[in-house]
Design a protein around this ligand. Structure first.
Ligand SMILES: Nc1nc2c(ncn2[C@@H]2O[C@H](COP(=O)(O)OP(=O)(O)OP(=O)(O)O)[C@@H](O)[C@H]2O)c(=O)[nH]1
Ligand SMILES: [Mg+2]
Length: 246
């Protein structure tokens, strides 16, 4: 099975090296799978691209691509997914943040769930066994928990952590999603992608993870994220209602 781990980066010089080294360590211990790492950089103005280039000398499974102008987290992930679909024969893609919040040690558990028949596996903070490190600022926790509750209220109670950013998806399902027409270029793309996959009948499973707060760098969490996410979940629900009556 071929797996591409997508890492979007914007000014992650404080994390990118340790993130990639931890991933390579996990990869070395998982010979059953054929892993590659795709870093998608939005023209960072720190040393992030140079650090990745240096690591490419040591590890041959790293590709670095990017864009001239920062276009948002969702847009970066979608551009990277389209690259994977068009240029590789990967069976699975992972969405994996650069900032240390997602831990590579959960990847084998998530792949085991795929082996057992799931099409999409979400690293979940809110299922039994999942957790968030205690140092996450209370307001970030409150925003995350409330945002997740609202998304579940409008979309489905079946999944506990709809807004998780740590996810493995079969490319056979990703190819069926209209990636060019997502409603948001930012965080809310996660909610819509989840929803589109659910509508396609994908088997979605949650695997418990511990989410760790970033240690370095500045959050790129946009101020308008809450309004943008609300717009997306309401639009998706209204579309579903309209489809029911048409
Ligand atoms: N390529 C690219 N990567 C981005 C962009 N925005 C965010 N990222 C990356 O996406 C990942 C998640 O962004 P974060 O800023 O950590 O967002 P978050 O996890 O919600 O917020 P904090 O961890 O609290 O900062 C990180 O690896 C970022 O570097 C972007 O516009 N382009
Ligand atoms: Mg983060």
């Amino acid at each position: 099975m071929k797996i591409t781990i997508i890492i979007p980066t914007y000014n992650e010089e404080g994390h990118i090296e340790s993130t990639i080294l931890l991933l390579e360590d996990m990869i070395a211990k998982s010979p059953k799978y054929d892993f590659s790492i795709l870093v998608f950089d939005s023209n960072s103005n720190d040393r992030t691209p140079q650090i990745v280039k240096d690591l490419q000398q040591q590890f041959k499974n790293i590709t670095l691509i990017g864009e001239e102008q920062k276009s948002g987290l969702g847009s970066a992930y979608v551009k990277a997914m389209k690259y994977v679909i068009q240029n590789t024969d990967a069976d699975i893609v992972f969405e994996f943040d650069a900032d240390g919040s997602h831990q590579p040690r959960y990847i084998p558990d998530m792949l085991a769930a795929i082996d057992q028949g799931s099409d999409v596996v979400m690293g979940s903070r809110y299922v039994k066994g999942g957790e968030i490190s205690a140092d996450w600022a209370w307001y970030r926790y409150a925003i995350s928990a409330l945002g997740n509750w609202i998304a579940r209220f409008f979309l489905t109670w079946k999944i506990k952590d709809i807004t998780s950013g740590f996810r493995a998806t079969k490319t056979s399902y990703l190819k069926k999603v209209s990636l060019d027409n997502l409603l948001s270029n930012n965080y809310a793309y996660k909610i819509q992608l989840f929803w589109e996959l659910l509508q396609l009948g994908a088997k979605i499973q949650e695997v418990p993870i511990m989410f760790i707060d970033r240690e370095h760098g500045i959050s790129k969490f946009p101020k308008n994220n809450i309004v943008d996410s609300l717009r997306v979940v309401i639009t998706l629900r209204l579309r579903k209602i309209a489809k029911f009556f048409s």
